[in-house]
Design a protein around this ligand. Structure first.
Ligand code: GLN
Length: 339
């Protein structure tokens, strides 16, 4: 109903820019210093190899929509992208199939339940609800162009590499470790098939999904990938168009609603920007038109979101003016009213 009524109405864009390069650089270093000693949370170990991560690692990066880059701490340390892959694969799926088809098949509403919930699928007649939980992400991976799972995988690897501006490589150890313990994702895949919401061999699709989660990135890469979504789909570092501006808007709306799972409302309330987390400790946050922050630190809260990454991005959201909901009166107000 709303999409049909709005068809043809031109999309004006959110405006505003980040402060100058020196100020952003200073704030990124400050955000890193401020939270580097916070040791709350625990490292994920349900994927065995992730349990061996060094919990002291902490990287932070900001890339602005003009391609300016800021790195702090372990910003170039490689880790597996995990669930953050979901938002970029979703963008590629909308690019391939269009807004309406993907919305109908995968959905855009928050489940209010954990990222790997089987109950969420059962409660909704097998509809995955949104692409940021595992069921919806597996359904989205199935939509990727390609006749075979191998072709779909290559399409994902190339697409995410274009977002990052460099060729991303899968971490074989992480992939094998997750394949040995991903019965739950296989169950979600089979449940989707049983509801006729997944075409093809569900185990093969879950294999591709597991590979996409094992792609190695850095906090710096995440910031470049996010900045591409902040820059109307053009990678601001390489200049390559990766997806359309409409795809960026659609993707960020879904990320705002569900990127931090059942904590998404709380995150929007406190921090106010679309962000997506991964269980290896990464988070990317995107401020449309301005830029993106990428962060990495392995200790997680109980919903599976990196503690230090949330804190550092929260600080930057305030200090850099990233919060989408914050404003101040345009015209100064005096005791007599507007001057
Ligand atoms: N590969 C992980 C899984 O499917 C991703 C989860 C996450 O990062 N939250 O469980």
């Amino acid at each position: 109903m709303i999409p049909t009524a709005l068809r043809g109405v031109p999309q004006e864009v959110s405006t505003g820019v980040l402060p100058g390069w020196d100020r952003v650089e200073q704030l990124v270093q400050e955000a890193h210093d401020r939270y580097r000693d916070d040791d709350s949370g625990t490292v994920a170990d349900y994927i065995p190899v992730l349990g061996a991560a060094d919990p002291t690692l902490f990287g932070l990066a900001v890339v602005d929509a003009a391609g300016g880059v800021h790195d702090a701490g372990d910003a170039l340390h490689l880790f597996s992208i995990q669930s953050i892959s979901k938002m970029f694969v979703y963008a590629l799926a909308i690019q391939a199939h269009g807004h309406e088809r993907v919305r109908d098949i995968v959905g855009v509403n928050n489940t209010g339940l954990a990222f790997n919930s089987v109950m969420a699928l059962e409660l909704n007649g097998g509809h995955p609800m949104n692409p940021m939980v595992n069921a919806g992400a597996i359904a989205t991976t199935a939509l990727m162009p390609g006749e075979t799972p191998a072709e779909k995988w290559e399409c994902i690897r190339e697409g995410l590499s274009a977002f990052a501006g460099r060729s991303l490589i899968m971490d074989g150890e992480v992939y094998r470790s997750e394949m040995q313990t991903n019965e739950r994702n296989q169950a979600l895949g089979r449940l989707l098939s049983s509801y006729e919401r997944l075409e093809g061999d569900s185990d093969a699709i879950v294999d591709v999904y597991t590979r996409q989660c094992a792609l190695n990135v850095t906090a710096h890469d995440l910031a470049v990938m996010g900045a591409t979504l902040a820059d109307g789909g053009v990678n601001p570092v390489t200049g390559e168009r990766v997806v359309s501006a409409e795809v960026c808007r659609d993707t960020l709306a879904v990320v705002a609603a569900s990127g931090l799972y059942e904590r998404s409302g709380e995150w929007l309330f406190e921090i106010g920007i679309p962000a997506k987390s991964g269980v290896a400790g990464g988070i990317v946050a995107v401020s449309p038109g301005k830029g993106a922050a990428g962060a990495f630190s392995p200790r997680l809260d109980s919903a599976g979101n990196s503690v230090r990454s949330q804190l550092a991005i929260g600080y930057l959201s305030r200090a850099l003016g990233l919060n989408l909901f914050a404003s101040a009166p345009r015209v100064a107000v005096t005791a007599e009213g507007r001057s």
